[in-house]
Design a protein around this ligand. Structure first.
Ligand SMILES: Cc1cc2nc3c(=O)[nH]c(=O)nc-3n(C[C@H](O)[C@H](O)[C@H](O)COP(=O)(O)OP(=O)(O)OC[C@H]3O[C@@H](n4cnc5c(N)ncnc54)[C@H](O)[C@@H]3O)c2cc1C
Length: 482
């Protein structure tokens, strides 16, 4: 079974007497939320695997207020759990009854756009889509893009080093982040808001906070990289025979596109089938195909060379039998519809029954082996299981999800959670991959990771955690087991 919120060491504790009053003394009127209806939206996480039992949510309005709150928590030894948009998929923003849940949702301003420096400065609670929009309005492009972009926040993206569909070209959030401001576990503020492309002045503290899942401090502001706006785009949804063909297709696309492949997503037949059945999106082809790839070419170059590059690539791919059929978007809107096919898979999965999910990565060249061998391992355990493999194949990240057999009992299926995980992770390990490609560790994988992490790496991580947070009040029990 999936682990439960009780894995958090403080989940059974209660807040010390007098603590709420001490907190209230440093908070503005609207910051402290204790009524159950006001708290509700912060408590239930995306996958419904964990529920927060915290007695208090704080939603500060500024860095200074956040620092005052954290200082009080430090004084009283009360843990703090940061929360952005609460869209994380590993239970990282879940707070137990002895913990304070600190929401960044009210710190959501775009602070500045410096179009000449190609940077944007934002508060951590800014919704990702708002950052994209502000960049666009300034004639620039912010490339982080993922299914939850309408509700996830930059702080959450940074804390989980989010990936998404643009990684192939632009990298993860880590590569997009230039500077940070962070409230430290003792309430001090670290001002690392340097929007510099070069800054070799010692250890990169910023990089420790990126991907730290709220375990080292609370990100309050960020300076992010921007890129030239795209002037040409070509989006296609292609039918393929196999993941191996997808790999060859990706290589061809990279070769022929003039370095313009900005997305390459793979979808299995089953994943498109459930999108067609359970969401507003429809299979765009008249007949079923074994695999699909969503391919996007885009470029800031002016003119119309991209269309010709794409057509040459597509022709060659058809001739080589790498593409069986394709829908090429004729407008921006049609392109968005094709992207929606891929983005709708998580929603469709929720409706298709219980899922045992694996957010894993392997070297891009090993993706076909991963899918083939992990599918065989799972089907040996559960012959009728439905493999829902899809993901950011351009960067080696496969969401290798297993949906319950049709008509099976959901709880009986989920009871196989650990066995299925072990089978899939064994394949991932053999292929030199990672058991957490982009979603992080949180509560969901905190115990499992110990079996897969190099012991020296684990020791160094614990040392870093202790150096920043000796009293263990920053999101304890997540990322690093205590
Ligand atoms: C439909 C859907 C699609 C998704 N697609 C992708 C995808 O393609 N790629 C990908 O990488 N992820 C994806 N995700 C998961 C992804 O990690 C989150 O959507 C996003 O990055 C988390 O942002 P958030 O603001 O919701 O963070 P939350 O869920 O609120 O928090 C996530 C973690 O960050 C910490 N945290 C949040 N804010 C701060 C802060 N200001 N300071 C310190 N710590 C903080 C929390 O404590 C927690 O550990 C998807 C999720 C959904 C629901």
């Amino acid at each position: 079974m999936p682990p439960s919120a009780s894995t958090s060491p403080r989940s059974a504790a209660t807040l010390p007497q007098g603590f709420i009053e001490a907190l209230a003394a440093v908070c503005g009127e609207r910051t402290l939320i204790q009524d159950p209806s006001g708290m509700q939206r912060f408590l239930v996480e995306e996958r419904r695997l964990f529920t927060s039992t915290t007695q208090v949510v704080v939603a500060p309005i500024s860095t200074e207020e956040t620092a005052r709150i954290v200082a009080v928590c430090a004084q009283w030894g009360v843990p703090v759990v940061a929360q952005g948009g609460n869209t994380g998929l590993v239970g990282g923003a879940v707070a137990g009854s002895g913990e304070v849940l600190l929401s960044l949702s009210r710190m959501n301003s775009i602070v500045a756009v410096d179009a000449e420096n190609y940077t944007i400065t934002v508060e951590a609670g800014c919704i990702l889509a708002d950052v994209q929009k502000a960049a666009k309005e300034a004639g620039r492009y912010f490339p982080l893009s993922l299914g939850a972009e309408g509700s996830c926040t930059i702080g959450g993206n940074i804390a989980s080093n989010a990936g998404g569909i643009g990684v192939l070209k632009y990298g993860n959030t880590r590569e997009l982040t230039l500077g940070l401001e962070v409230v430290l576990p003792d309430g001090r503020i670290w001002n690392g808001m340097r929007p510099l492309y070069k800054d070799n002045t010692g250890y990169s503290l910023k990089n420790l906070f990126i991907g730290s899942e709220g375990s080292l401090g609370i990100v309050t502001r960020a300076a992010l990289k921007l890129f030239p706006a795209h002037n040409q785009r070509r989006t296609a949804f292609c039918a393929l025979n196999s993941p191996r063909d997808a790999l060859a297709l990706l290589a061809l696309a990279r070769q022929r596109s003039g370095d313009s492949v900005t997305a390459f997503e793979l979808m299995s037949r089953f994943s498109l089938e459930i999108v067609d059945t359970y969401t507003a999106e429809n299979d765009p082809f008249a007949q079923a195909h074994p695999w699909y790839a969503l391919i996007e070419f885009s470029t800031p170059r002016s003119g119309s060379d991209l269309e010709a590059l794409f057509d040459t690539f597509a022709e060659e791919a058809f001739e080589a039998g790498l593409i069986i059929d394709a829908i090429v978007a004729q407008s921006l809107d049609q392109g968005l519809r094709l992207v929606a096919l891929r983005e709708s898979v998580p929603d469709a999965q929720k409706k298709a029954g219980g899922s045992i999910k694996h957010d894993v990565s392997v070297p891009v060249s090993k993706v076909p082996d991963l899918i083939e061998k992990a599918s065989a391992a799972v089907l040996e355990l559960i012959p009728d299981a439905r493999i829902c493999a899809f993901g950011h194949v351009g960067d080696g990240n496969v969401h290798f999800n297993v949906t319950q057999p049709e008509g099976a009992d959901k709880q009986e299926f989920l009871a196989l959670w650990d066995t299925v995980n072990a089978a899939v992770y064994a394949v991932v390990t053999r292929l030199g991959g990672s058991i957490s490609a982009e979603h992080g560790i949180g509560l969901l994988k905190v115990h499992e990771i110990a079996d897969y992490r190099d012991p020296v790496e684990g020791e160094l991580m614990r040392a870093v955690k202790f150096a920043f947070d000796p009293n263990g009040i920053m999101n304890p029990g997540k990322l690093i087991a205590v």
